[in-house]
Design a binder for this molecule. Structure first.
Ligand code: T3D
Length: 257
């Protein structure tokens, strides 16, 4: 059974974390397959990426059996070779990545979800910074993204206490963009992915680049970056189409070019 499934249809790539018996916990094989799937999403045929989990969980993070396996990769390799390359690939991917949190998201599983561009969750989903429960620190970008998403105080509390947060609480805190009832989740998440895949893909890529840099830039640097990226956006076919469609009072057809 492939630990990661990748399907590409009509501009939408769906990456499914697929070890449902282990709540989609990551081992080395799965981490490498995830990196490969994200690389495959660089194709021009992909205009939006959805990440979700098979079965009842999104992901329980690191497979803890692998951590204690004497033949396993070892703690010195797990972050640098498994998770960090996943997080950097998601942030660098020049298209929107939608995390569809279909169940519990724990440890690195939670933080892979939280580093995505937009996070939606089913009402019965939950998030756990599970690390302190086993004597570790939050990784996979948890200490970077969480304080920026929900503020320092709440991030400190969740990282230290390891409390389980429901999807509704996560939405109120700003960790999640929208929560959908379980019965509507697949359809609603897919509708959002479809909308994203029909938007001006290059403008979204420039938007992502600007937002990535807003974490580290001064206001002046950010204004200069917006100026540069806006000039690039204004040279795209989709910009011409967007303006023409507005003036002709019709719906634009963006091609991602
Ligand atoms: O270098 C490094 O290693 C650092 C990297 C760190 C990255 C990390 O992600 S560290 C954090 C690792 N994750 C966890 O600590 C979470 C562990 N899991 C849980 O706390 C719970 O399973 C959940 C809260 C996620 C869900 O609870 P529940 O009650 O819904 O399910 P369960 O019964 O605990 O689990 C179901 C099965 O999945 C069970 O197997 P079994 O008994 O049916 O054969 C359980 O052992 C397995 N499972 C769940 N999480 C993991 C796992 N197996 C391996 N690794 C897991 N992380």
């Amino acid at each position: 059974m492939n630990a990661i499934l990748l399907e590409i249809n009509n501009g939408i790539a769906t990456i499914t974390l697929n070890r449902p018996d282990k709540l989609n916990a990551f081992n080395r094989e799965m981490a490498f397959a995830m990196q490969q799937a994200l690389d495959d999403c660089k194709s021009d045929t992909v205009r939006c990426v959805m990440i979700t989990g098979a079965g009842k969980a999104f992901s329980a993070g690191q497979d803890l059996a692998e951590v204690v396996d004497p033949n396993g990769p070892g703690m010195d390799k797990i972050l640098s070779e498994h998770y960090n390359p996943i997080i950097t690939r998601i942030r660098a991917l020049e298209k929107p990545v939608l995390a569809c949190i279909n169940g519990v998201a724990a440890g690195a599983g939670a933080n892979i979800g939280l580093c995505c561009d937009i996070v939606v969750a089913t009402a019965s989903a939950s998030f756990i910074q599970a690390f302190s429960k086993i004597g570790l620190i939050p990784d996979s970008g948890g200490t970077y993204f969480l304080p920026r998403l929900i503020g320092w105080q709440k991030a400190s509390a969740l990282c230290m206490l390891g409390d389980k947060v429901s999807a509704t609480e996560a939405e109120q805190m700003g960790m999640v963009y929208k929560v959908f009832p379980d019965a509507d989740f697949n359809e609603a998440a897919f509708a959002m992915a479809t909308s994203l895949s029909q938007l001006p893909t290059q403008a979204l890529a420039f938007t992502k680049k600007a937002l990535n840099n807003s974490m580290i830039h001064s206001m002046d640097q950010q204004l200069q970056m917006e100026d540069r990226l806006q000039q690039q956006a204004s040279k795209t076919e989709d910009f011409k189409e967007g303006v023409a469609a507005f003036l002709e009072k019709r719906k634009p057809v963006f091609r991602g070019k």
